[in-house]
Design a binder for this molecule. Structure first.
Ligand SMILES: [Zn+2]
Length: 125
């Protein structure tokens, strides 16, 4: 019956009030249940949007580099254009230690200071 060894009372996930009734209840009332689920949904949505916005900005910056035929841009100057190197859609490490990064269909290799071998990659292999 009891799921809280300290008090013997179950607490609402949203407001912390003691829960009466069925032992599988997680919330004290319907309103708390709704508030809790809305909060989770909103914060997940914000996180998704933040990640997707960063990826999309990266993609646009990389496309500009490709259009300019700049195949080895410095990370510093990309960052000034809003590029965030920590956001990628794919990563592959080869036996020789070389790493390949991917932003949707654009792939590149990377040193500390710059990207290189920037190209459209039809397939990761
Ligand atoms: Zn509650």
């Amino acid at each position: 019956m009891e799921n809280n060894a300290n008090t013997g009372k179950r607490r609402c996930l949203n407001c912390g009030a003691p829960i009466l009734g069925r032992s599988d209840k997680l919330f004290c009332c319907g309103r708390c249940k709704n508030e809790w689920h809305n909060h989770i949904t909103i914060s997940e949505k914000r996180r998704r949007e933040r990640v997707f916005t960063a990826l999309w900005r990266n993609y646009k910056v990389l496309e500009m580099m490709l259009d300019a035929e700049e195949k080895a841009p410095e990370i510093q100057s990309l960052s000034e254009m809003g590029f965030k190197p920590e956001y990628v859609t794919g990563y592959k490490r080869f036996r020789n230690g070389r790493s390949e990064f991917r932003c949707f269909d654009i792939s590149y290799n990377k040193t500390e200071a710059r990207l290189y071998n920037l190209r459209r990659a039809p397939d990761f292999g």
